[in-house]
Design a protein. Structure first.
Length: 105
């Protein structure tokens, strides 16, 4: 019984490669733990839809807006309720900005 020839699956990571990425991948050395007949593992790539959804710019802008709203809540003289929640809003915006600054561009 002979093994079946390599046929990629419809959602194979290898099929997601661009021609340039395939050319570069062919020049990479095998990992040290790979056997002689084993294909090297392909690094996981982020789909373009997720790349757009988790882009840094819009999330940083949103976090900055939340911080600004918290500062306005802190300085307004009308509502003690808004003043009381201003620190939590500023803190949420700051944590959001730190997380957003680690997202890909």
């Amino acid at each position: 019984m002979t093994p079946e020839p390599y046929s990629p699956k419809p959602y194979s990571k290898d099929e997601m490669l661009t021609p340039d990425e395939r050319a570069v991948e062919a020049t990479l050395p095998d990992p040290p733990h790979a056997a002689a007949d084993e294909r090297p593992l392909v690094r996981y790539r982020i789909p373009p839809e997720a790349r757009r959804m988790f882009a840094r710019g819009p999330w940083e802008n949103l976090a900055t807006l939340v911080i600004a709203v918290g500062v306005v809540m802190l300085m307004q003289p009308l509502s003690f309720f808004l003043y009381g929640w201003s620190f939590a809003v500023i803190l949420t915006g700051t944590v959001g900005f730190v997380v957003a600054s680690h997202l890909p561009e």
